[in-house]
Design a protein around this ligand. Structure first.
Ligand code: 6R9
Length: 648
């Protein structure tokens, strides 16, 4: 984080008080902070009471073996019952759970809680018939269609942890995740719609399953696009053949509070993705409480919409588990942001709470306010942001243009690992500052510390840490307790290291400043530099590669790669840059495709051989190159800069 960033941010003096009517009727008021401070476990136990339990817990938190937390020890519950059955039993069966909007115009479905319950029960029965048992892992690789929610909840019902892999990821990325969590079944679709065209998914599954030997027994396929698919008779099963004919009666089992709910893979600082493990009772408590408090959800009247893809943690916590546990009515959209389409949906469904990412907001800003101005968005009453720091300009634009200057903006900081929102304004309490995530929520303890773990105090910057366990925290990394300890808990004893830089302003409010490790944030998605470097180096023409995240107006950061070609490859040919970009797309997925690739003769390295990414970042961001004194060969940067001048 540069000093300039710090001082720019501290000059921001605008404040937005909560709207009076919202504050008067807010789900959570100021006193929640004090109550949680005086009895943190009691506070979370009260939040857990929001759920239906089979058996109540004996102990709220067992922290006797840190960093391995156990919440609601002795309690049992079923996540799918909490998200579906109990709303039907409470007489809300006819209430719409999901207003689904397909990408092709006019392709829509409204699904009530009663319908969702039947469909989840059918899918649970079908999965049982395919041999899925409690504890088995099921991979889900699907587009944004209602069946993905059904699939997740059916797995949760059976106690079979799911691992949802983003549909934009490659066959290789899918294969490594299947292998790591030893998935027995993959649920997918023939394809999905992207930017108006059908885009296949099943071929990637076929390729991934082939790579993993006999690991995967069955592939369950939803017919979405109707495109031709290759079929393995002994292995592949159509969803409509086995789910539609299954019984809609399914007796759910109550699972232990600490039973694994899902594994979500996310990029780390090394090439191998980390399998973040979330369990049932604490996760559902943390997500449902925060969804209700941060978005001030009124389930009877609100129409909520989170635009995240289900392949990311936001889709898990704030499209599936949080909102459905709260009995919300929500919108789910299959497509990506396309000019006015989102605002059309807000208008058509009278969306009241809208949750999206800064990268989307910046894209809309670039297109101009005329587009959203053409729609009636007066239904909106609250806006949320997640995924990366929201710069004050984007915050103000979001507030004014989308929120008509009447909706509070909640900038929510959290991570795949934290499972739930951790730092955020409370919309009925906090006077928001554009660009600040403000304060740790009630029941959460965060601080900003220096290298020695001392609190930096107001007005200073440092590392963001979490000081006390919280219900939705990750329990470990799948199959790798040691890496779990090393990654998050070893830097300072007893503190969770989030990997983010942050600043406390004069009021003690928190400003997030981005990652301090080699993880990039591109459009709110975490990508590891190492993972992309490995992908580049796996190309036969590439000898070495270094990847940096360079500031980008729209995506926050963009992937910039520097590669040294193998001698045998000569100059790589005229299409080398495109060839390498495509290669990264194939290895990891389109999201990781470098914006820019520079073919260079050398990379800047320290004497111990560490690539100095800091200098490459200077080049990628067109800055004067910084201090080169620790370079083994200080002329290297001149060579690279010359190349930059001649780059296409
Ligand atoms: C939920 C999610 C986590 C990383 C996190 C941080 C960045 C997320 C943010 C934010 C500033 C916010 N991040 N929300 N930075 N302000 N409101 O995005 O999870 O994909 O695991 O990413 O994203 O750097 O450490 P995940």
């Amino acid at each position: 984080m540069s000093d300039q960033t710090l001082s720019n941010l501290s000059r921001e003096e605008r404040r937005f008080e909560p709207p009076a009517d919202l504050a008067a009727n807010a789900n959570v008021t100021e006193e929640a902070y004090a109550r949680a401070d005086s009895d943190r476990e009691g506070f979370w136990a009260e939040a857990a009471e929001r759920l239906d339990w089979g058996r109540k817990w004996d102990q709220v938190l067992d922290w006797s073996n840190p960093p391995f937390a156990k919440w609601f020890v002795g309690g049992t519950l079923n996540a799918s019952v909490n998200c579906v059955d109990r709303h039907v039993e409470a007489g809300n069966g006819d209430k719409v759970a999901i207003h689904w909007v397909g990408e092709p115009e006019d392709d829509t479905r409204d699904i009530t809680y009663a319908q969702l319950k039947d469909e989840v029960s059918r899918a649970a029965n079908a999965l049982t018939d395919l041999g899925v048992r409690k504890g088995d892992r099921v991979a889900i690789y699907m587009p944004m269609i209602p069946e993905v929610v059904v699939a997740m909840l059916a797995c949760a019902r059976l106690g079979a942890p799911h691992t949802v892999v983003f549909g934009g990821f490659s066959a290789d990325a899918l294969a490594s995740r299947l292998t790591d969590c030893e998935a027995k079944v993959v649920i997918t679709a023939d394809g999905g719609y992207r930017r108006g065209a059908a885009s296949a998914l099943k071929p990637a599954v076929d390729e991934a399953v082939e790579k993993t030997g006999d690991l995967v027994r069955n592939v369950l396929v939803v017919r979405r696009t109707g495109q031709d698919v290759a079929w393995d008779e002994g292995r592949d099963v159509w969803w409509h053949d086995v789910v539609d004919s299954a019984s809609s009666e399914h007796e759910p089992e109550m699972h232990e509070a600490e039973h694994p709910l899902y594994v979500m893979y996310t990029s780390g600082t090394t090439g191998k993705p980390k399998g973040i493990l979330h369990t049932t009772g604490g996760y559902l408590t943390g997500t449902s409480y925060t969804h209700w408090s941060v978005f001030d959800l009124k389930p009877e009247t609100d129409v909520y919409w989170c635009t995240a893809d289900v392949g990311w943690v936001t889709g898990h916590s704030y499209m599936v588990y949080g909102p459905l546990a709260n009995g919300a009515t929500q919108v789910m959209y299959e497509g990506t942001p396309e000019k006015g389409r989102w605002w059309q949906i807000v208008q058509d469904y009278k969306v009241t709470i809208f949750y999206t990412a800064p990268t989307a907001i910046r894209t809309f800003m670039k297109q101009g306010r005329e587009i959203p101005d053409g729609y009636d968005m007066s239904s909106l009453r609250l806006l949320g942001s997640v995924g990366e720091p929201i710069n004050p300009e984007a915050y103000i634009w979001y507030r004014e243009v989308i929120g008509g200057s009447r909706c509070p903006v909640v900038d929510t900081w959290w991570q795949t690992e934290t499972g739930q929102i951790m730092i955020s304004p409370l919309p009925g309490v906090t006077a928001g500052k554009p660009g600040s995530a403000m304060k740790a929520l009630p029941g959460i303890s965060a601080d900003v510390v220096d290298d020695e773990a001392h609190s930096v105090g107001n007005g200073n910057g440092g590392y963001l840490v979490l000081k006390e366990p919280w219900p939705a925290m990750l329990r470990t990394l799948w199959g790798d307790d040691q890496r779990f300890k090393d990654t998050y808990w070893s830097r300072w004893p007893g503190l969770y290291f989030a990997g983010d830089g942050a600043k406390l302003d004069e009021d003690g409010d928190i400003w997030l400043l981005g990652r301090v490790d080699d993880v990039m944030n591109v459009s709110g998605h975490r990508l590891s530099t190492t993972e992309i470097e490995s992908a580049l180096v796996s190309h036969p023409k590439v000898a070495e590669a270094a990847v940096v995240g360079a500031a980008d107006e729209t995506t926050g950061q963009a992937v910039c790669a520097f590669v040294i070609l193998r001698e045998a490859a000569g100059d790589g040919g005229p299409d080398i840059v495109e060839e390498l970009r495509k290669h990264v797309q194939k290895e990891i997925g389109a999201i990781a495709k470098p914006r820019q690739i520079m073919v260079v003769p050398e990379l800047p390295k320290t004497r111990s051989g560490k690539i100095m990414r800091r200098l490459l970042k200077d080049v990628a961001e067109h800055r004067e190159v910084g201090d080169v004194t620790t370079l083994a060969d200080s002329t290297v940067m001149d060579l690279i800069k010359t190349k930059e001048g001649s780059a296409p």
